[in-house]
Structures are given as structure tokens and as C-alpha cells.
Design a protein. Sequence first.
Length: 319
Amino acid sequence: MKRQPSVVTGVGLAVNGLATAADLLCDPPERGGAEAPIDLSGREMRHKDRASRLALRAVERALADADLDSAAANATTATVVSSNYGNLDSVCEFTDRIAEETTAGLSPLGLPHVSSNAIAGWIAIRHRLRGPNLTLCNGSTSGIDALYWADDLITAGRADIAVVVGVEPDTPQVRRLLGADQDGAVFDGAAAVVMESNAHAEYRRATVRAVVGSRSRTTSLGHLIAAIGVAARPRALWLTPTALPPDITSPIPTADLTGRLGDSSGALGVLQCVAAIDYLGTADTGPIYATCASGPHGDAATLQLLGPRISGNPTPDQE
């Protein structure tokens, strides 16, 4: 029996200066214009760390884009978050308080805020998502790894839907960790993707934006081209984790989001997926390869995304 693919039915962004997914691949980038800052106010945002608030806003937009505002609560919906810095601000505030006042200065009401899974927990609570719930903090490949995990949860029957979020905050604590000065650029934002089983998407007559194709892990970007079988095809695109060095060439066009956004760490893979969905929407061809790696000659992970031949009716074995 052929493995049924996961499909993407919605995307959402919460990045200052980017109004839509199309802005991710615009050249030259139009960030920092007149676009208003992300609104992170509201009752559901109170007393939460910045990463959680960014993630909540991106998920809200992705669920609306997938027409799943309330329906996600009635299905088995997983929450998978990728973040390498996450709720560092909350953790640092607690450790500073312990240093100053000992544990007597802590409130038990604040303890959930320092959980390593806090972001995923707040998302599930806000949208009543009753499925597997986890956070990945896996360095450079974390964003693609989160998409892998969501795909596995769906194909294994553990979830009908998976909400995947990549988020990194710009906070004083993160700046200290990175050694960034006050005026230095630090990525601040979140991207969210809604993935579903093909059967569930067909059942609710969802608009399918992309089909999740093959995936691969290798020890370098150079090996990756052979591993995923990249070949010259019309409208194909490779979203690379950095500008390619001279010793690595690609038979298809490449795009580097870090040149536009800076180092987005654990959010990069999900940002690439959002950019790929927009690109496929304009061409409905592809394929698109989204790749995260720890440098040109470090571990690399990639995911292939394919445009459905007919909207809402993906081809399971489309390669």
C-alpha cells in the first residue's frame, strides 16, 4: 500500500515588515517599510513570553488561511514547534529571581512559563488542539526537523492535522546570548504551516496548497544535491540555508532567505516552507526543495514540496 502524502492547507506569518508570504521571496526585499509592527496585544497574549506571542499570531493566521479556525479543535491536531531560543526571556527572569531572592521569590503560577514546551502548550490551549504536542530545539536543521515530525505524526495515524511553527524572538536575553549589540539585526518572528492527511483534507474539501514529497538528511550541502535527485526542471527552486559557496553548484535556481531575514535559526525551515507555498501558488509546478544546514559542510536536512496538479486533489506519487 502506497504511503499517502501529507498536504499543506494553510500558512501564516508574524514577521515585522512582511505583510504576506510573497514578501519572503521579493527581490529586493521590502522589509522595514511602512508595514505596521505585528500586533501582539490581546487577552490571549497577556503574561506570555515574546516567542509564544509571535507563535500564537502566526498560528491564528495559518488556521484562518486553512479555514480551520474552529474545526481543528474537533480533529486530532498535533502541535509541533521549532525554536532554538524559545522562552529564554522567561527562563532568565526566573533564574535571576532565584539568584536574588532564592526559590522563595518564585510564584508557582509562573512555573509553566519556563517549560521548554511552553510555546507549543500555549498554542494548544488557545486553539483547543488535542493531539501530540512537542518542541524541537535541534540547531540549524530544527525547522525542517519539525516538518519531518509533523509528517510522521500524520502518516503514522497519530494526527489528522499538524500545526507546525518556527519561531525565534528578539529579546535582550537572546541578544546577550548571541553577542549582538543594541542596534544589530536579530531575527524576530514566526511562521506557521498547517499540514493534514490527504484523506482529511479531501473529507473537509480543503484547498490543497502543496504536497509533501521526499526528504533527505546528508552530511553536507554538496551531497544533498545527489541525495534528493535535484535535476533541471521548469520552475523548480532550491531554498538554501545560506549563500552557496563556490564549490557547490546547483542545476536549478536557488534562493537564500537568510540574505533577506538574517539568521532565523529554528524558524528557517518553516519560513522556507511558507515561501515555497507562495511560489507554488504562482506556478503550480516545482518541485521546491527547502533545506536547513549547519554550514556548507555540516549536517543538512531537506524537504521536497510539490504543487498539486489540481487544487484540492493532490497526486500521492507525484515526484
